[in-house]
Write a protein that binds this ligand. Sequence first.
Ligand code: ADP
Ligand code: MG
Length: 267
Amino acid sequence: MSTVRLHNVTAAFGKRPVLDDLSLTVPSGGSLAVIGPNGAGKSTLLNAIAGLVAYHGEISVGTTPMRAMARSTRARLVALVPQSPLFPAGMTVFDYVLLGRTPHIPYWRSEGAADVAITRMSIKALDLSDLEDRSVDTLSGGERQRAVLARALTQEPEVLLLDEPTTGLDLGHQQTFLELVESIRHERGTTVISAIHDLTVAARCAAEMVLLSGGVVAATGSPATVITEDLVRRHYGAAVEVIATSGGPVVVPLVDQTTPSTTEPTK
Ligand code: ADP
Ligand code: MG
């Protein structure tokens, strides 16, 4: 079971707390969307779970605190798709995706047929087959995004952390990506935590949401509870209209059109 629990988690860069006494639970096989304005602490939260940021308090997966886990155990268990991944120059897409197997391969042997088969499956799932011999540094932004997810899937993690994964993807690939994550969650019982920039997309991604603001949980619950005109105004400083639809709330920015535009055609 891979329930993710954060208990009184505090993280700071210098003296400034970025996560302030944060507690939350994501049940095994559940999906949580984390939203919040720029600098709210979303990436820091995901990085803390991935063991990349120091914190006080406790983070556990299942019944085991992350601190008590060997680094190799943690690497098999948790995959992070970072906001700005680094790409090794000259590495092919295939080899890059195969890197996801690294935590599963003991140091005394190289990858086996099963590792290659899993790599091929991820490449196919992310529509990268035509690109597998290309060097990762020649890919477009959206193609890179897909390569990073393919690598994370190849890892077969129990917990998948996605940091703004659909930013830079076109609508078609955004949809395929989100559906794929959902199908993996259903098939494998993977626990998914995603930081999502777009509130409308976030509302469709997860039944449970957390609104982070200034490192604390400002609201939590269903998309309809968390995405309200009032909360968006208070925490994003934005005037929006929230329209309730059967697929969840849709957020429409209100643009003040009373200010004359400088680009308006002259008569
Ligand atoms: P979000 O992902 O919600 O936009 P982050 O978690 O990236 O926010 O950042 C939260 C705050 O922590 C921001 O104010 C950011 O400037 C600061 N921060 C993030 N990483 C570092 C770092 N390595 N050193 C110093 N400050 C950082
Ligand atoms: Mg971020």
